[in-house]
Write a protein that binds this ligand. Structure first.
Ligand code: GLN
Length: 492
């Protein structure tokens, strides 16, 4: 039999329907691959018993002709999603062995449609990071290596486990969350596709909150079509999340292969950064050429407030994080370190439970929200946010249907290589992605080329609110032109 883990999600779906193999066989093939790939540290918890039970149930439904949209397809789940009775930690020590008594809406919709859970995936602690190095479970290794080198590279973050697992074929697809780039940046670093939907498209209920006005769940997979299939199950209105939007969920897969002829695509001049690498510049130009060849019209656009997006994000996101993380007090969840009185218990628990990056964010957030500084920092950042949103609105009002940019300013870097002396060096990874969260828009990262050392590079497409379908159509054009991205298997 061919290697079942090498199939795309769409091909696996077809194989199951045609009864070429069973979900149990497909699931077992992934469980074996996961065992051989433990060095990548992509999974923080493998759930083989649950996976096999879900696969058997899926096989029964297939036999009865009751298959759902994702019937029998094995997926990995970022450890930020609450999974009922299955340890959920956000990769923080402070959650200890927390086993939620509830299931996140997004994951429950995946199971409703028949998907199989392989386990929980590593991420930066509370999704704060761009390299997956802040996880309490240690860093994730990118399956890609520079040509002729055995240096371990980061998979990006914060959804580094999801990206690494999908790229290394340790699941057919995975969930991620994206607050400032945590789906699109790791997708670009690992040569896979990642989608950050419009704010409100997926329910945030049961997802560990980082910055609630920016957080959004989305899919990772090895093809654009596969992310479209996953999105259909993940999206939808949820009365338990008041920011989730009540509009019908389209059949995103139908957007694949739709003509992009006559579509107006914006190239924002402010994304051409000083000192940008020639490789990124060339990749961007190539992407524009591919879209043009498919009949799209390319126009230069201006998003004048782009340069304020990253600083404003690093006020808004920590502010919301400091408020959201106040709940980890040693009383309600996970770990507790006792003290002589309750105040000391809080302090001891939080000092022992949070890692350095999370502590930094809580301190920045508390500072920018404090009386006297609120107006100067938080309020001003919110005003900047409005201007960033307006830049995009002006652009869309002129008929632009999507915007093409690089996904990241570089390819994957080595573990320990960035952000040690200056955290801003790490924050700069999200320079092209945070604007999209600040404006609440959908974005997709698609692998588009390789750098001089053979590492994948991605392009980003940004869409109008709730027009993810346009991104799927355009993304597939890039995918078709750019060809295949599969890392050499050095780990198994
Ligand atoms: N890297 C960004 C941060 O650390 C974004 C993370 C994310 O999207 N969750 O805040």
């Amino acid at each position: 039999m061919t290697d079942l883990t090498a199939l795309s999600l769409a091909d696996a779906r077809e194989g199951l329907v045609k009864k070429s193999f069973t979900s149990l066989e497909l699931t077992d093939a992934h469980l074996v691959a996961m065992e051989k790939a433990r060095v990548l540290n992509a999974y923080v918890l493998e759930t083989p018993d649950q996976a096999r039970a879900m696969a058997r149930a899926a096989d029964e439904r297939i036999a009865k002709g009751e298959a759902g949209n994702l019937e029998g397809l094995p997926l990995g789940i970022k450890d930020l999603f609450a999974t009922r009775d299955v340890r959920t930690t956000a990769c923080s020590k402070i959650l200890g062995d927390f086993k939620p008594q509830y299931e996140s809406t997004v994951t429950s919709q995946l199971w409703r449609d028949g998907a199989v859970m392989l386990g929980k995936l590593n991420n930066d602690e509370f999704a704060m990071g761009s390299s997956n190095e802040t996880s309490a479970f240690g860093p994730v290794i990118n399956p890609w290596r520079r040509e002729g080198s055995d240096v371990n590279l980061v998979p990006g973050g914060s959804s580094g486990g999801s990206a690494s697992a999908v790229a290394a074929s340790l699941c057919l697809g995975a969930t991620g969350t994206d607050t400032g780039g945590s789906i699109r940046q790791p997708a670009a670093f690992t040569g896979i596709v990642g989608v950050k939907p419009t704010y409100g498209r997926c329910s945030r209920w049961g997802i560990v909150a980082f910055a609630s006005s920016l957080d959004q769940a989305g899919p990772f997979a090895r093809t654009v079509r596969d992310t479209a299939i996953l999105m259909r199950s993940m999206a939808g209105h949820d009365p338990k999340d008041t920011t989730s939007v009540d509009r019908p969920v389209p059949d995103y897969e139908a957007a694949i292969g739709q003509s992009v002829k006559g579509m107006k695509i914006g190239i924002p001049k402010e994304y051409r950064l000083d000192g940008m690498s020639g490789e990124i510049e060339a990749l961007w130009g190539q992407g524009a050429e591919w879209l043009k060849a498919a009949g799209a019209e390319l126009v230069e656009v201006s998003l004048p407030h782009t340069k304020y997006a990253l600083p404003a994000y690093y006020v808004v996101a920590p502010a919301e994080a400091s408020s959201n993380l106040a709940r980890y007090d040693g009383v309600r969840y996970g770990a507790r370190v006792n003290g002589r009185n309750i105040a000391e218990m809080y302090e001891n628990t939080r000092a022992a439970g949070f890692g350095p990056e999370v502590r930094r964010r809580v301190m920045i957030g508390t500072y920018v929200l404090s009386a006297g500084y609120y107006d100067a920092y938080y309020l001003r950042a919110q005003k900047v946010r409005t201007l960033i949103k307006k830049d995009f609105e002006d652009c869309f009002a002129k008929g632009v249907q999507a915007i093409l940019t690089p996904a990241t300013p570089s390819a994957a870097f080595g573990i320990g290589e960035k952000g040690q002396a200056d955290p801003v060096e790490m924050y700069l990874n999200d320079i092209f992605t945070v604007t999209v969260n600040m404006a609440g828009l959908p974005g997709i990262a698609v692998p588009a080329g390789k750098d001089g050392q053979g590492l994948p590079l991605g392009l980003q497409l940004i869409g109008r609110p709730f027009e993810e379908e346009t991104l799927f159509s355009l993304g597939e054009v890039i995918e078709q032109a750019a060809g295949n991205f599969t890392p050499k298997n050095w780990w198994a």
